[in-house]
Design a protein around this ligand. Structure first.
Ligand SMILES: C[S@@+](CC[C@H](N)C(=O)[O-])C[C@H]1O[C@@H](n2cnc3c(N)ncnc32)[C@H](O)[C@@H]1O
Length: 221
């Protein structure tokens, strides 16, 4: 069974990946603010944030396929995602959870417009039963999430990836898989995260996978 071949899910993913190409125009609109911000010492993300409310900034198809396969291999029944946006990555993860026999993907988003659109997309894919979307800042909403967690996907703003992982660490199952996206593009911001997952080889085995913009893949030992 592979729910990614389910016509409803495949159609929603096709349509979302196509629409996400419009991000190019969002980035072009943000360019003057980014250049001006650079002169004032602000980071690209900080300057671009007001524009990113409308951007998908999703994983690509190969990353989605890989997340699905890792989640299947792990037999993941409980998944936590930081950063849903319009719901593309959540759909890949929820498809895997459903094919593993059922469970839940707890995901998080703080942009009200994206929350509405993500919920619509989950429903169109027929995966709303597998997905719980927590609204607001993940650093608050994920405090009370239950474990054991089999897979974590970290794809919100990069300075919060390590604090979010630290919120979840006591709830991770043995063999849990943790992924953090955009390691190449945000090497400096994510250095504390990468140092953390590589600092203790008895706790995590970790490696950067050449997928998308670099996907750090860690396993709880
Ligand atoms: C790169 S996008 C996520 C893309 C999504 N994972 C996908 O592949 O379709 C990052 C998202 O994280 C959200 N986000 C960033 N920081 C957050 C926080 N502290 N709490 C909740 N959502 C957050 C942003 O609003 C944005 O929509």
């Amino acid at each position: 069974m592979n729910s990614l071949t389910d016509p409803a899910i495949a159609a929603v993913l096709d349509s979302l990946h196509r629409k996400a190409r419009g991000d190019t125009f969002v980035f072009l609109r943000a360019l003057p603010a980014v250049v001006w911000g650079a002169f004032q010492g602000r980071s690209v993300v900080e300057s671009a944030k007001p524009y990113l409310k409308d951007a998908y900034i999703p994983i690509d198809r190969a990353q989605g396929q890989a997340l699905y396969q890792f989640a299947r291999a792990r037999g993941a029944r409980r998944v936590v995602e930081f950063g849903a946006s319009f719901g593309i990555s959540t759909i890949y993860l929820a498809a895997a959870v459903r094919d593993n026999g059922g469970g839940s993907v707890v995901t998080t988003e703080m942009e009200p417009k994206k929350i509405i659109r993500a919920r619509e997309n989950y429903a169109r894919a027929g995966l709303q039963r597998e997905i719980e979307l927590l609204e607001g800042d993940a650093l608050e909403t994920l405090r009370s999430v239950d474990g054991p967690i089999d897979l974590v996907f970290l794809d919100g703003w990069k300075d919060a990836c390590l604090p979010v992982l630290q919120l979840l660490e006591t709830k991770l199952s043995a063999g849990a898989c943790i992924f953090c996206d955009d390691i190449k593009g945000f090497r400096k911001t994510l250095k504390p995260y990468v140092d953390h997952v590589r600092a203790n080889p008895a706790r995590y085995a970790s490696v950067e996978l050449p997928l998308g913009d670099g996907l750090e893949f860690s396993v709880v030992l």
